[in-house]
Write a protein that binds this ligand. Sequence first.
Ligand SMILES: [Zn+2]
Length: 414
Amino acid sequence: MSTVSFSFEVNKTIPGFQGRSGEITTPHGVIQTPAFVPVGTKATVKSVLPDSVEDLGAQAVLSNAYHLYLQPGPDTLDEAGGLSKFMNWNKPTFTDSGGFQVMSLGVGFKKVIDMNGDSLNSDDLIAEKRERLAHVDDEGVTFKSHLDGSMHRFTPEISMQVQHKIGADIMFAFDELTTLHNTRKYQERSLERTRLWALRCLDEHQRLTQQRKHKPYQALFGVLQGAQYEDLRRKAARDLGAMESSGISFDGFGMGGALDKSMLGTIVSWMAEELPVNKPRHLLGIGEPADLFAGVENGADTFDCVAPTREARTSAVYSPDGRFNVSNGGYKKDFNPIDKDCNCYTCANYSRAYLNHLFRAKEILGSTLATIHNLHFIVNLVDQMRLSINNGDFSEFKKEFLGRYQARGASTDS
Ligand SMILES: [Zn+2]
C-alpha cells in the first residue's frame, strides 16, 4: 500500500496553448483529463446516489475538509476506511484544504469572493459588514464553527492531519485565501505566507505518509495564489513548482484564490507556463462553460465547482442554447426533455413539464433529476473538450459550442 501509486501523463497538447489531455492515476482509479470533478462537500453529492454520479460519467468527486472536520470529524472517516469507502464512491476523491471555507465562512468573504470585484480595494472593507469570525496569523487560522459557534484552529499541519484521516486520493496544501479587494501589499504578504505554509504542508505530509504506510498513497497539490497580478502568479508557480522539503515535492498544483474572470485564461496561462509540464493542475472552483474552455485551453487539467449542483437545486438547468429556469411558467406543458440531445437519465425519461411540476410542488426529486442533468452536461462538456484535444480540433469545438451557448446572451449564463 505504501508505494507511490500516483502518476500523471500528458497525451496531446493544444497547438499554441498550454492546454493538454492526459491521465491521472490514483489508488482508486484513473482520471482522464481534462475532467470536471463534481463537488460532494459533506461526502455526498447533494440529492444524488453515488451510482447515479458514476452513471452520468463523473470520474472523481471533491469533498471539503472543513465541513468533514466539523462533521462527522476526521476520525470517523479514518475508521471507516477513508472517504471513498465511507461514501461508497469507488473512484478517485479529492479534498480541498479547508482554507477556503475557514476564511470565506469565517471572515465574511462570501459576498466579495464572487470574482467580479473592480471597485473596492481595501483590506479593511472585507470584514466591515460582518463580525470577523476568522483570524489569520503567520501560524494558521483561528475560526468559529458556522455550525455551533465553537472555536477551532487550522494550521498547515492540522490541515494535513485532517486530510490524511479523511483519506482522499488528492489533497491540497493549506493556503491563505485572498480576494480581489485585498491591496497589492496584502497579496504580496499573503503569497509569502502561503509559500511558507506550503513548505510546512510538505513536511507534515511526508511525516504522515511515513507514519501511515498501511494506507493508500495520498497525493498533495500545492496551491497557487497571486490574484490578478502576473508577477505574483508566476512567482507562486515557480516557487511551488520547484519546492522540495523532507525529500519530496508536490504531486500537482491547485490554481486558487481570487481570479478575475475576465482574465481567467490569461491568469491560468501565466501559471501553466511556469509549472512543471509533467504534473497535473487543478483549477479550483471554476465550472461555467466559457470558463472551462478558457481553463482547458490554457493548461488546467481538472476542475471542480458547486455551480452545476447548486443551480440544479434552484431549477436552473443547462442546455446547448444556454441555461434556463425549468420552473418558469412557460415550461408547464412543455413535454420535451431539458435537452433533446442529452444522454442523461433525466432527459431519457422526464419532461420539462414534469420537472416544472416537481419544483413548483417542492418535491425533492426535482433537485435529484436536475442535478443529474446538470452534472452530466458539464462533465460531458469537458469530456468533449478532451476528445477534441485528442482529435486536434479543440478550437473549432470551442467556437461552435460557445457560439451557440452564448447566442441568447446574458439571460442564460451569468
Ligand atoms: Zn440531460
